[in-house]
Design a protein around this ligand. Structure first.
Ligand code: EPU
Length: 427
């Protein structure tokens, strides 16, 4: 097992390239199950969630190759193999196997998903959708059993705006008989990306990216080639770290439209931001003003950038309130930031950050993916050496992070953990 070491305080400069979107990738890969011939996806990030999904598709009989960001899936030999445990537990997005396998085979057994611990993360809206389409759904010993004689289109109103439920229902509904209407659908760019892949496979979907999606089911879906969208959360992470520790950083391969809430907040703080077609430049700001943040569904400020932004706010003058309206317990990074000298209080769903403070290097632990990103940013801002453990979380979502940051002049490296450190980690 490895840890990350960062020598902070060196200003970052240069160009950093964003990879394909993790939260699209983890839905696009299961979506290939629905085709009857090979599907190729270009531009996938090389992260452990993608590798785990590759293994899961192979487990159910698919032939999968993955090289240089290009995954080719031949789903023709796949079978409806139950996946009650094992690798499905490693990531949250394994729930997309439910919708895709239900759509293709009319049955599936999938263990309840893992992923980051951010407070309660129910999947009741996914299940409500599958049931509305005619599936019988039961939960037996930690696995969800789904079965339908036939899937029939339905009108489904989501009680909670959910990215996962919207995509999962789309995956099943493309193979249902008749029309499905999803109301109060999520509008995230990843939903449009999945709808684009499904449409290229022959599905009939209208309205993806709005809150009403109409799907007319079809009898078969064929192979195609698809290029994934850039990762707006990775792009946001780089924008935030450039504002925190940069002296002029160009972020390449980004869709500025996806970043409007983040651009607005950085400008409000006094960070110079310039956007063109597919790049964003973050200039150096000597003094930063505190801003309040409230996470919302897209196009509001993303919950996935709340933790990285909290790290940045330590540099800003004044008191900032960061409220997460999506996840009630996405604050495990705060204790770690406090170890680094931050002055932060948590009250309910809000963190109150008092700045500016000079963060100090310390030994800290990433409890989840974006907490990991927050600690890397804090490490780059800090005086001295920061050691981050829990890299398995960071590796789930950021590809080649060390190499990319080295490209900006960061002093960052991975080191094997000693036997003593591994022992401490267990206790
Ligand atoms: N919710 C329900 N019932 C449901 C589904 C969701 O109550 O059936 C609630 C959740 O508990 C949460 C809210 O609705 O409070 C939104 O959850 P959503 O379903 O939109 O989240 P998700 O689809 O499980 C995706 C991303 C998350 C990101 C959220 C919100 C993937 C694989 N994950 O999760 O990404 O935080 O949308 O934008 O797409 C990350 O990348 O670090 C990450 C956690």
């Amino acid at each position: 097992m490895e840890k990350l070491k960062i020598a902070g305080g060196y200003p970052l400069e240069g160009t950093i390239k964003v990879s394909g979107a993790k939260n699209s990738a983890v839905a696009l890969i299961p979506a290939t199950i629905l085709a009857d011939s090979p599907v190729t996806i270009e531009g996938l990030p090389d992260i452990s969630d993608v590798r785990t999904l590759q293994d899961l598709l192979e487990e159910i009989g698919g032939t999968v190759s993955f090289e240089d960001g290009e995954m080719r899936v031949d789903p023709s030999t796949m079978v409806s193999m139950p996946l009650p445990s094992g690798k499905v537990k490693k990531l949250r997005a394994s729930y997309y196997l439910m919708g895709a396998m239900l759509g293709r085979f009319k049955k599936a057994v999938i263990g309840l998903p893992g992923g980051c611990h951010l407070g309660p993360r129910p999947i009741d809206q996914h299940i409500k959708g599958f049931e509305a389409l005619g599936a019988e759904v039961t939960n037996e010993q930690g696995a969800i059993y789904l079965r339908a004689d036939e899937l029939k289109g339905a009108r489904i109103y989501l009680d909670v705006v959910s990215v996962g439920a919207t995509i999962n229902i789309m995956l099943a509904a493309v193979r249902a008989k008749g029309r499905t209407i999803i109301e109060n659908a999520a509008k995230e760019p990843e939903i449009i990306d999945v709808a684009t892949l499904l449409s290229n496979m022959g599905a009939k979907i209208k309205g993806a990216g709005t809150d009403v999606i109409r799907i007319d089911g079809v009898d078969e879906l064929h192979g195609c080639r698809h290029t994934i969208i850039p990762d707006r959360i990775e792009a946001g992470t780089f924008m935030i770290l450039a504002a925190a520790a940069g002296k002029g950083v160009l972020i390449d391969n980004v869709i500025p439209l996806h970043m409007e809430s983040v651009i607005a907040k950085l400008r409000e703080m006094g960070v110079p931001v310039e956007a063109n077609d597919d790049q964003i430049f973050i200039g150096k700001a000597d003094k930063l003003k505190s801003v309040d943040i409230k996470t919302l569904v897209y196009p509001g400020f993303p919950t996935d950038l709340q933790q990285p932004f909290t790290a940045l706010l330590n540099r800003a003058e004044g008191s900032a309130v960061v409220t997460d309206t999506i996840y009630s317990a996405r604050f495990k990074h705060i204790d770690e930031l406090r170890r680094m000298n931050a002055t932060i209080k948590v009250e309910g769903r809000s963190a109150i950050i008092n700045g500016p403070v000079q963060l100090q290097g310390a030994k800290v632990k990433a409890s989840d993916l974006r907490a990991g990103a927050a600690l890397v940013i804090a490490g780059l801002m800090a005086e001295g050496i920061t050691e981050v453990t829990g890299l398995e979380h960071i590796d789930r979502g950021y590809s080649d992070l060390v190499e990319k940051l080295e490209g900006l002049g960061a002093t960052i490296w991975r080191e094997k953990m000693t036997a003593e450190e591994l022992e401490q980690l267990k206790s």
